[in-house]
Design a protein around this ligand. Structure first.
Ligand code: DOR
Ligand code: ZN
Length: 345
């Protein structure tokens, strides 16, 4: 049995750090294990311009624990008013690695997102020219579409028309949750990839709803049927270059989750790597964890693989049940099984 695994330090290609006191409380959890993370821009108000991304990056760097070399990679929040030249300048300076598309109303702080996709055509064309990826929250917001069908509907109704109109656009289908999404990425060539979260590899919709409603398993896109979870596990453990880790670790204080209208988000920054090692071991795919967590994302974003390395050892993993923050405790995602892999260096 494999007892230890050394891989290049992983990156998290989809992370919510928030701001202020919450940022300071949760940042050490990601900085401990990850070398870099792609930081989501859905603050209140959102990070729309290069100047806002610059200021947000400075606040993240100022909040880092002493001596940490964690690098935040920034994104811009796409609105119908986004200036293509502001985006191009930010990309050329190396300030931003991607632009994030939230369909308006799809999820947390997405109200300033896109309603009319024709109105962002100019930005998408400029991004295609310079090779800057578009990260998409892939769910339609049409109230007529069932929440469990919203990702599959997005592929046909929104993503396919965008890609047909802008064929060179590079796209990341964020937090893919369906077998349709996995198939779309597999068939889509080298300009499309998907991130997969740790929690969507663990839970299906029964975990969320059977025997009582579990607010800490509620996230968007919502967990789907077991066959979809199986498709995600197969994709993540395949080693295929189009699939890589984006935790979507999204802190909300417990009072905001354990509520009559609970917020969407699972907080996995503390135990995502231990969960992944467990899943990959069960699949007999520990040797492909490196591709998923450390290699494929860097290749897609055309960045070097991290020079430093981490070692995972087969010993019980300790992680806190909750992170204390000035806004109240944040519950760490409970996979529902014990974790046998710890990050040791
Ligand atoms: O579960 C989620 N939480 N999904 C998202 O798309 C947003 C995120 C958040 O910001 O809390
Ligand atoms: Zn997210």
């Amino acid at each position: 049995m494999t007892r230890s695994l050394t891989i290049p330090r992983p990156d998290d290609w989809h992370l919510h750090l928030r701001d202020g006191a919450m940022l300071r409380a949760v940042l050490p959890e990601s900085a401990r294990h990850f070398a870099r993370a792609l930081i989501m821009p859905n603050l209140m108000p959102p990070v729309v311009t290069a100047a806002e991304a610059h200021a947000y990056r400075d606040r993240i760097l100022a909040a880092l624990p002493e001596g940490s070399s964690f690098a935040p990679l920034m994104t811009l929040y796409l609105t119908e008013e986004t200036d293509p030249e502001d985006v191009a300048r930010a990309a050329n300076e190396g300030l931003v690695q991607a632009v994030k598309l939230y369909p308006a109303g799809a999820t947390t702080n997405s109200a300033s997102g896109v309603r009319d996709f024709d109105r962002v055509r100019g930005v998408l064309e400029r991004m295609a020219e310079i090779g800057l990826p578009l990260c998409v929250h892939g769910e339609v917001t049409d109230p007529e579409v069932d929440i469990f069908d919203r990702e599959a509907a997005f592929l046909d109704r929104v993503l396919e028309p965008i890609r047909a109109a802008t064929p060179d656009l590079r796209v990341v289908l964020e937090h893919v949750t369906t077998e349709e999404g996995v198939a779309y990425v597999r068939e889509g060539g080298r300009d499309i990839a998907a991130t997969i979260t740790a929690h969507h590899l663990v839970i299906n919709r029964n975990h969320l709803l059977v025997g009582g409603i579990r607010p800490h398993y509620y996230c968007l896109p919502v967990a789907k049927r077991e066959r979809h979870r199986r498709a995600l596990v197969a994709a993540a453990t395949s080693g295929e270059e189009g699939f890589f880790l984006g935790t979507d670790s999204a802190p909300h204080p417990d009072h905001a989750k354990e509520s009559a209208c609970g917020c969407a988000g699972c907080f996995t920054a503390s135990n995502a790597l231990s969960i992944l090692a467990e899943i990959f071991e069960r699949e007999g795919a520990l040797g492909r964890l490196e591709a998923f967590a450390s290699l494929n994302g860097a290749a897609f974003y055309r960045l070097p693989v991290n020079g430093s390395r981490i070692t995972l050892t087969r010993q019980p993993s300790e992680y806190p049940a909750k992170i204390d923050t000035p806004d109240g405790p944040v519950t760490v995602f409970d996979p529902g099984f014990s974790l046998h892999w710890s990050v040791s260096a």
